[in-house]
Design a protein around this ligand. Sequence first.
Ligand code: ADP
Ligand code: MG
Length: 221
Amino acid sequence: MRQRNVMSDFVLKTSNLSYQYPKGSRLSFQDLLLSDQQHTLVLGDSGSGKSTLLNLIAGFSSPTSGEVIINGQNLYALSGSELDKFRAQHLGFIFQEAHLLRNLTVSENIKLAQSLAGLSVDADAVKSLLEKLQLGGFENRKPNELSRGQVQRVAIARALINKPSLLVADEPTAALDDKNTFLVVELLKELAKDQGSTLLISTHDKRLKDEFTNNYILAAQ
Ligand code: ADP
Ligand code: MG
């Protein structure tokens, strides 16, 4: 019988996470446990700690206490360069603003994510993902030649191209109108299934509550 790897039963597990800003108060977070395809919405008003929590989970700032475990790996037990490599291979991120490199074309921005993860550039995979995001024909445009909704869809392609186990998205729909907000959420769910990624999405937008079966509500701190 094949032995089950107990450590990797969950995509994400946090325990006793807290973060102290040098001049701020201490933020504490309830534990999160996500299994594969258990997409979760982190809901909270502005200032409730959404970005702080997602930055801890994405390995951008180390917690004052507690642990973040992704695919059985304790993130903060890794050295700086190991963490960079682990992050590039297992995690995808989408931010409120896309932060595309403006001198690179749409397809170059996405291929860069493959190179940075130490993977070989797969032009066919890039093309097919762009087509799914209704960006076929826009491959050679620069970010300033796209609409806001298109730019955000390029950011989604970049975040998902390496088939990350966990896709962390901090208010990915904040800059979008109603129509694009729901379109982006539907696309994220559809692509997460194709790419084998589990979604962890933060928002202050209570309208998105019914779009996800799992809601993680941030308590007022
Ligand atoms: P959200 O993303 O939900 O709007 P944040 O995680 O950005 O919330 O902020 C949570 C709390 O931490 C807020 O009270 C905010 O003022 C505080 N905070 C955020 N960044 C800093 C910082 N660099 N220094 C001190 N306090 C901060
Ligand atoms: Mg925020």
